[in-house]
Design a protein around this ligand. Structure first.
Ligand code: ZN
Length: 219
């Protein structure tokens, strides 16, 4: 994928971005989950993997016959909210994202709550854990998905990024970890011996497909 083509899809004006955040896209159906991607730069290598992971999930949801889809993501570069979200993301990671939040969990910052999206994907500048976090006391649930800055061997590895993003979006769709180490929603995982299936991603389990139908299927 050419960087110039990718960059042309991005919204690069913060002022325009602020206006976009105030209204839902008319193109999005009622069942669509709105996704906002905050990228530190227009040429961030994680933007394309985000699009691929969204396409993956939409193909699976279509296969399952449910109406819900992940909407075409809106990408905002250098958002004024990014600094606050980075601080929040670090704080959640330091508290330990595996602990249940409960009543003591502080509210998400206003800058995050005000974003009009069901799923906010922060392409982080920090070398922290990638994770998915439900915003406390918000119903219907909304999620912050943090995708860490890739370093070392993973740097620029689109395959690693798309699996990480697909895994985290799976959480935002309501899936938990399973104990099958070679599947997409593994936890723990054995990525070195895992092979993608014909979708180009790691497989879902039958239980996960059933859960998605239970969550999003029409009665
Ligand atoms: Zn996970």
């Amino acid at each position: 994928m050419h960087v110039s083509m990718r960059a042309s899809l991005l919204i690069t004006s913060a002022a325009f971005a602020a206006a976009v955040l105030l209204c839902r896209s008319d193109a999005a159906a009622a069942e669509d989950r709105l996704i906002l991607v905050l990228a530190p730069a227009a040429d961030d290598a994680r933007v394309e993997p985000v699009r691929e992971a969204i396409a993956f999930w939409n193909a699976r949801l279509e296969e399952l016959g449910v109406a819900t889809r992940l909407a075409e993501p809106r990408v905002v570069v250098a958002s004024p909210a990014a600094r606050t979200l980075e601080n929040y993301a670090r704080g959640v990671a330091q508290r330990g994202v595996r602990l249940p939040g409960g009543e003591a969990e502080p509210d998400a910052p206003r800058e995050l709550r005000n974003l009009d999206a069901d799923i906010v994907v922060l392409l982080s500048r920090q070398d922290i854990l990638s994770y998915t976090w439900p915003l406390p006391r918000i119903d219907p649930p909304r999620y912050l998905v943090v995708i860490r800055l890739a370093r070392g061997l993973d740097r620029g590895d689109a395959m690693v990024s798309r699996h990480v993003v697909a895994h985290e979006l799976g959480h935002a769709l309501g899936l938990l970890h399973n104990d099958s180490p070679h599947t997409l929603m593994c936890g723990p995982c054995q990525p070195l011996t895992s092979e993608p299936d014909e979708t180009g991603f790691l497989p879902l389990t039958g239980a996960e497909r059933a859960r998605l139908v239970a969550l999003y299927g029409r009665p």
